[in-house]
Write a new protein. Sequence first.
Length: 373
Amino acid sequence: MNRRQMIARCIGIGASLATTRASLALPVGRAPARVVFLNPGESVEHDTGRHWQLVSRFMAATAKRFGMELEVLYAERDHLLMLRQAESVAARSEAPDYVVIVNEKLAAPQMLQTLARSPARILLIHNDLTEAQRARTGNERGRIANWIGTITANAERGTFRLMDYLMRVNGSTPASVIGITGDPATPVSAERAAGAQAALARRPEDHIDQLVYGDWSFADGRDKARVLLSRYPDANIIWGANDSMTLGALSAVRERHLSTTVGGVGALSEAVASVIRGELAAIVAGDQFIGACAMVLIHDYHHGADFAQVGGPRQRLDYLKVLHGANAERYYEMTFQDRASLDFSGFSRVLSHRAGAYTFDLDALLNSASKAA
């Protein structure tokens, strides 16, 4: 099997879907949905970590719960390959029902234009369009009629909670902060930085020494932290915008035998384990579940419950959670030790007959998994 087109299929029972649709009317009572996910990440773990593999893993588990069919195409962090994959999917004689895309390296508008030729409905996740991109492309259900929605986690709120916790760990001492965010072309990088800055803005004595961009890798986080710690020897907090860079920054702190408080975003297994060991102060969990959340909304939409009716087509979900101490250990057990499969189907409005907006409460998810274990 081609590494770049590794396919994760979760095939449920039911008749095959029609290859074309006459309109984009809400589908009700159809056979289980067929979904293609254009994953911008790598199919095999490299220096940037397993984030995108985990996104696919939880998507696949949720698809299986619902009896949906999921196909994952990895772009190996090559946005040009991702664009070619979008072309290939748009050209299929038998179109999927839904295509899930990411605005990685700001490539989503071109993918949206390409996939507008397909009868498949399009869902954008994780990285929203920038406001400049929206000015050119339009919004969901506008000029590109089959772009039905956007689902992102509230990265700003998540990083606000992280910085608030790191400052409390730091005690009454004024915060002197080094930040390593992601690449400047990724909208979520700016959102995470904004959250940290908002938390620091509450007291005039707290400040950021310097915020720098990174390439999401361990080596880059370590190297940048080395330089910044030399430049700002009194810095007492470092945060990173993903696990790999955060762990790299922790490595630089430990090389110098410093007591600097280190935390970050992402919650890969090695980062959560580091929190449990008392090395990282905290990590923000939940980003790897964004695909699973998308599958819930697709399932409900496919069965006649349009998510736009409870929060609009542009859904910004506020469920990111700071892990520290005991809750990190419980998260690790439930997520990485396969004691129980995390079941997102309980968040479905169709299955639960629940009214109101989607919550995706991680505590409720972990508690239900703990009871099932």
